[in-house]
Ligand binder design. Structure first.
Ligand code: ATP
Ligand code: MG
Length: 573
């Protein structure tokens, strides 16, 4: 239950709207009880008056009361739904934004252990489940309690014993049944939440991996596994429905018992009047109607298990401490960037082998550095540390003589342009895919950059509005690289981090792109990871890495003269 506390605190933001929802729920319930109680009494009193030949019976007032209660009930129900759902959706909206804003700084280090489908499930389905907390738990519970008090108090004017008996039975029901069904529903609620997550996760990976699964003939096996999860999920849903039915049956039983008790007690007289009269009908109908008000309460507690499971899954995400944090003070982005790496050591979580070890580097502003090395030797990791996707466990990175960690996020992002090894294409227009690197760029600037990177073909149909990625045009590996270069050019920062920018390009396009890069990089500091040995003579420094360490360092001529690893690389060409 304690896990719900932070979410209950969220409700404070809309406390007036939420309270109004509860008040409207109470008014509706009372109007509903009033309507049935009054009509029950009115019909029997009219019949009795007819039999007795008492023609002075005032039927105007109760008839107006019945109509008033009917109208109040209808209008109350409408506005109660409107207000309470509006308030709940506001809370959910806030909760979703809150959860997402907590997720962002965790990326990528803190999110690596969650699968994508799992994250999606938590931010969508688990947040949605929390709407039960107010609509199905808090509101019905408070309303039921108030209704019991008002009904007992109201009836006590006619007969204290009868009123207390009915109130007692209702209170007993309210105290006994919900905890019983909470306990009974908890395991089912938890497995419902877990199975829903599992199913969604399996479905997303099945959809993503369609091509591979089909090619290797594994699709059926995956499908069967998914169907098994679906069956288990259905089983859990069935168990929950059975519990709901049982709770309703028990509630009916309690209600019917209350009606019989009222009938039996009231037939012995109501208040000071010892003769059976129309007031018997009043008590009987009141008992019937009041139990209707209690009906949602048991079901509510059954959902509590599900709500608590969802809340703890969200809390597990939001309470993680980001591994990388940024100071808030902002500074003007630098015009030129120099870098010093002092004895850097870094291992990925749960990895025994360090990805980088003892890396020391000195890069002056405007210098161009090429990083070479066998696959897996830590080249991309080195660039990742400079973007602060991760922080090194040992050593220090200085940017313009200041620790990298002293820069706020915005300044840091403005200081560097990155062409990552894995380029992400957003499911959005070509324009949006470029604008993320330079939000204020004009359409002309975007088209010019596409032309420079040889991507003008993309402008042919649909222009900048053409849709890319999922549901749109997919790009080839080489086009994707060039899109990343276009983004880096638009961002136009003084430090350029290029991770194999010409991978997947044919020789002619590679030469064009290298010329283009040489042109734009002229007054920038550049770190370029590459497996290609063409054009390296232009670089001020060449670094050869192996096993997370720098094994050779110098310019093209020096390294050739040394006849080490760089020399061997070239010999093999
Ligand atoms: P390539 O030339 O193939 O791109 P690279 O030199 O860029 O290789 P890195 O991507 O830096 O290599 O990886 C260095 C080592 O760290 C590899 O052994 C890799 O398996 C490991 N590694 C990379 N990313 C992660 C990660 N997120 N978690 C754990 N280990 C990782
Ligand atoms: Mg790499």
């Amino acid at each position: 239950m304690r896990v719900l506390a932070p979410y209950l605190a969220l409700y404070k933001r809309h406390k007036w709207l939420l309270s109004l929802g509860i008040i409207l729920a109470i008014v509706t319930l009372l109007a509903s009880i009033g309507l049935i109680t009054l009509s029950g009494w009115f019909l029997s009193a009219s019949a009795v008056a007819g039999f007795a030949g008492a023609y002075s019976f005032n039927y105007m007032l109760p008839a107006a009361g019945v109509r008033g209660a009917a109208i109040t009930r209808t209008a109350g129900r409408y506005f109660e739904r409107l207000v309470s759902h509006d308030a709940t959706f506001r809370v959910l909206q806030h909760l979703r934004v809150f959860t997402f804003s907590k997720l962002l700084p965790l990326s990528p280090a803190g999110l690596a252990r969650f699968r994508q489908g799992e994250l999606l499930n938590r931010i969508v389905a688990d947040v949605d489940t929390l709407d039960h907390l107010y609509l199905r738990v808090i509101s019905p519970l408070i309303s039921a309690l108030v209704v019991i008090l008002v009904v007992t108090f109201g009836l006590s004017f006619l007969d204290v014993t009868l009123a207390l008996t009915l109130g007692g039975i209702m209170l007993l029901t309210l105290v006994a049944l919900p905890p019983l069904f909470y306990r009974a529903g908890k395991p089912t609620g938890e497995s419902l939440t877990r199975l829903r997550g599992e199913y969604r996760q399996q479905l997303t990976s099945w959809l993503h991996g369609q091509a591979e699964l089909t090619i290797f003939g594994a699709s059926t096996r995956y499908r069967e596994q998914m169907e098994q999860t679906e069956m288990n999920w259905h089983d859990a849903q069935r168990r929950q429905s059975e519990l709901t039915a049982l709770s309703q049956a028990l509630m009916l039983l309690m209600g019917a018992t209350a009606v019989i008790v009222m009938l039996w007690m009231a037939s012995g007289g109501v208040g000071s009047n010892m003769q059976p009269g129309p007031l018997i009908a009043l008590f009987v109908f009141c008992a019937l109607a009041a139990f209707e008000a209690l009906a949602p309460v048991t079901a509510a507690f059954q959902h509590l298990g599900q709500v608590i499971a969802s809340a703890s899954r969200i809390t597990e995400l939001t309470t993680q401490q980001p591994e990388v944090t940024f100071p808030s003070a902002s500074a003007a982005p630098p015009q030129h960037v120099s870098l010093i790496l002092k004895d850097i050591g870094f291992s990925y979580p749960q990895q025994t082998q360090p990805a980088l070890d003892n890396i020391s580097l000195h890069i002056n502003a405007g210098e161009h550095v090429a990083i070479l090395g066998r696959t897996g030797c830590g080249k991309s990791t080195l660039l990742q540390l400079l973007t602060r996707a991760w922080d090194p466990q040992r050593g220090e990175v200085l940017l313009n003589q200041q620790p990298l960690s002293s820069f706020d996020e915005m300044t840091l992002r403005r200081s560097m342009s990155m062409v990552p090894q894995r380029v992400h294409l957003f499911s959005a227009t070509l324009r949006d895919n470029l604008l993320l690197a330079a939000p204020h760029a004009t359409d002309e600037a975007l088209s010019a950059v596409l032309l420079r990177t040889g991507l003008d073909k993309l402008l042919e149909d649909g222009g900048l509005n053409s849709w890319l990625g999922e549901g749109g045009r997919q790009l080839s590996g080489g086009e994707l690289r060039r899109l990343a270069i276009a983004r880096a050019l638009l961002h136009n920062a003084p430090l350029m981090l290029l991770d194999e920018p010409t991978e997947g390009l044919d020789a002619t396009t590679e030469a064009q792109i290298l010329d283009l890069l040489a042109d734009v990089m002229r007054d920038k500091t550049v770190l370029m990871v590459t497996h290609r040995l063409r054009g390296l003579a232009r670089f001020n420094q060449i670094i050869v890495m192996d096993n997370g360490q720098i094994i050779e360092q110098g310019n093209h001529a020096e390294l050739l003269a040394r006849q080490g690893r760089y020399y061997q690389f070239r010999q093999r060409l």
